[in-house]
Ligand binder design. Sequence first.
Ligand SMILES: C[S@@+](CC[C@H](N)C(=O)[O-])C[C@H]1O[C@@H](n2cnc3c(N)ncnc32)[C@H](O)[C@@H]1O
Length: 265
Amino acid sequence: MLPTFLPFLASPETGGPLTLTVRRREGEEIIEGSLCDDAGQSYPIEQGIPRLLPREMRDAQISEIAARDAQVVEYDKMAFLNWFGKVEIPLTRRALGALPTDKLLEAGCGTGRMSRILAGGVQEMAAIDFSFESLRVVQKKLRNAGITNVHLAQADLCCLPFASSAFDRVVSCQVLEHVPGPEARAAAVASLARVLKPSGTLALSAYKHSLMTRAFGEKEGMHDGGIPFFRFTKSELRETLGAGFKVHSVTGALVYLYLAQCTRS
Ligand SMILES: C[S@@+](CC[C@H](N)C(=O)[O-])C[C@H]1O[C@@H](n2cnc3c(N)ncnc32)[C@H](O)[C@@H]1O
């Protein structure tokens, strides 16, 4: 973690400021330390990554974190996703419309399939995921590529540890469908809206409940290892996002996903 990340950060529990204690540095980077909030709750910084999960999480999310941590190598190598990205990433970037001066949040970065490309188009970026092992893979990719404008944090989409209006743009790909239940999805949307500047842009993709899944699939269920999923109809995605955003478009161009372009209302 670089000290320049601190102004973005806030307590995931209280929303208040965090006080940094450094235990070990390598050059500019803080490798071990802690962040303490205004209620006295301490969050560790381990292996250069601040761990800012809220103390209480839903059982389905705890099971997903374990599954994502365990499946990190397989996910990173998924040939289909890497191939599909050749269409998905340009369309997502177009919906996001990021400028070189922007501060961008990637919410649910996984193993960084998109992170390096997104980072190239903005001034500064934060990438969060609740899987620490996924973040370690992203960290390695960023270091190998010499990319220094990306801050990583372990965080929950429903309880983002950032100051309000911290980002010009937010992107979140294939994450909201894994947030279990309407209440948690509403919390995720409220959290995404809070950290985005007024009139800032959100580009978000999520599983589509298509003709194919209506005929042969399930609307919601569990992937292997205990990863919850929910497939949205177009109107459900519009309605879910509409609670925090003005939804400009929801397209079905991404085969099994809807891609929504929104601004903070
Ligand atoms: C299908 S992967 C997508 C990763 C990446 N956006 C991509 O397109 O390759 C979903 C990711 O969302 C993360 N995730 C799911 N729910 C989350 C939550 N509530 N908070 C933070 N991350 C979450 C998972 O750990 C996983 O890495």
